[in-house]
Design a protein around this ligand. Structure first.
Ligand code: AMP
Ligand code: GLY
Length: 437
């Protein structure tokens, strides 16, 4: 009998999850509840439907009608709506934390307070506010290096960093007042200076199995210029570290993820089952925690799942049944480079509905569909990150060449960052870290 798996979400991250499921040695039927037509996922599925995956009733009914045994939740919104809770309630196992555990992503104040309570290292100086009282004084205390964060899910747009988005304390105060007028809580914290990296761990409630470190590129344009995006591309290195990191940085990130999983269990008397994604900054004073996400990163999932050796279905079983300790989770010793092609004008004024052509990419393994749709039988872009390609090889340099060659074959009003994974950019990252250490 085949396993019946429900994947929730329809971006490139979920496409990479479905590809990993399809590589399983087991017989698997994949079902998908999507927000848009993703032909890459639809081609691999027994059934692909477009419906409201943030609605617990919709997901639960569909999963039960199709006799699904495991749900894998891609994005953060369904986690924040308690989709995992609803599925577990009907005995369906879930890769993805329940709503209260997902607060590690959905509330920045919750996460900062949790780390403080359990004395987990890596946290900044911070304070949580819901009124203007004390804001001025705290900004004064932090000086030039502060960050103001809306305390909730905002697709990365709720965070304003001094020097990047805010050029003075009065601008910061304006932003705080805007949040207060909307009755929103916010966190003000110390700004870290260094190099960011993502360290994701599979977590079964007790045991963590760590994935290779990845670096994302949030800015829309080359040389890290322009507005912030969901991530324009990512790379990972052989040895599963990154060229600018030291062994201790990786070990410290592992320890912080481990301690956070333990703190969550202590706090809620229930284990976190899913992907624990630490967003870290390597700084002069060691590794600092920027934020947690309760899911795979997008694009990071494409890097790590492209080199995953262990059967993904065994990992899903390990996570959901608390048996990760028994499983040897391994990744190929390869470098990866992922690049996203995005609509012209992205992220502020993206073109939408334009025809794109990916048919010149012959190797489907390298191609991941994201914000696309099919109209009159042809592929169109839907306004957000459109398609991604991943190069895998023995060095970042070689993997970058593959990614660049493949992405250049895509036709349509799109652009991508040519600099991601290039030697020039990586040397810059290394020099930056050397200058700080
Ligand atoms: P977040 O949504 O918390 O990941 O924040 C989005 C982005 O803001 C991060 O990827 C960082 O680039 C930046 N950021 C957030 N917090 C800090 C911090 N404490 N210091 C420096 N940069 C930060
Ligand atoms: N790559 C950033 C994120 O997934 O949140």
């Amino acid at each position: 009998m085949s396993d019946k798996i429900l994947v929730i979400g329809s971006g490139a991250r979920e496409h990479s999850i479905v590809k990993a499921i399809e590589r399983s040695s087991r017989e698997v039927d994949v079902f998908c509840i999507a927000s848009n037509m993703n032909p890459g996922i639809a081609n691999l599925c027994t059934e692909f439907i477009i419906d409201d995956f943030n609605n617990p009733k919709v997901v639960s009914r569909y999963a039960n009608e199709n006799d699904v045994s495991i749900g894998v939740i891609g994005p953060e919104n369904p986690l924040s709506k308690g989709i995992a809770d609803t599925l577990w309630d009907t005995k369906i196992k879930v890769v993805g934390p329940k709503k209260h555990l997902a607060q590690i992503e959905t509330s920045k104040a919750f996460t900062r307070n949790l780390l403080k309570k359990y004395k987990i290292p890596g946290g900044p100086k911070y304070k949580v506010f819901n009124s203007i009282s004390g804001v001025k004084d705290f900004l004064k205390e932090l000086g030039e290096n502060y960050v103001v964060k809306f305390d909730g899910l905002a697709g990365g747009k709720g965070v304003k960093v001094a020097g990047d988005h805010l050029s003075s304390h009065s601008e910061a105060l304006e932003y705080c007042k805007e949040l207060i007028s909307k009755k929103q809580e916010f966190v003000i914290e110390e700004k870290f200076i260094g190099q960011e990296f993502s360290l994701m761990s599979f977590c079964d409630g007790d045991t963590l199995k760590h994935m290779p470190a990845v670096q994302d590129h949030k800015r829309a344009y080359e040389n890290d210029k322009g507005p912030n995006t969901g991530g324009m591309g990512t790379y990972s290195d052989t040895g599963h570290s990154l060229p600018f990191l030291q062994k201790k940085d990786i070990e410290d990130a592992y320890k912080i993820n481990q301690a956070t999983a333990e703190a969550l269990k202590n706090e809620f008397k229930e284990g976190y089952k899913g992907i624990l994604y630490g967003g870290f900054m390597a700084t002069e004073e060691g590794v600092k925690l920027i934020e947690y996400n309760a899911r795979f990163g997008d694009p990071e999932a494409m890097n790590v799942l492209s080199i995953l050796e262990t059967d993904f279905m065994d990992i899903c079983d390990g996570i959901t049944m608390g048996k990760l300790e028994e499983l040897d989770v391994t990744f190929k010793n390869k470098a990866t480079v992922c690049k996203y092609a995005v609509p012209e004008g992205y992220p502020d004024n993206p073109v939408k509905g334009e025809i794109i052509d990916v048919s010149k990419i012959e190797n489907e393994d390298l191609l991941f569909y994201a914000s696309v749709d099919i109209k009159n039988g042809v592929l169109i872009e839907s306004g957000s990150r459109t398609v991604a390609v991943v190069g895998v090889d023995d060095t970042i340099e070689k993997a970058e060449k593959i990614a660049e060659k493949e992405i250049s074959k895509i036709q349509g009003p799109l652009f991508h960052r040519k600099d991601i994974g290039t030697n020039t950019l990586i040397q810059k990252r290394i020099k930056h870290m050397e200058s700080l250490r």
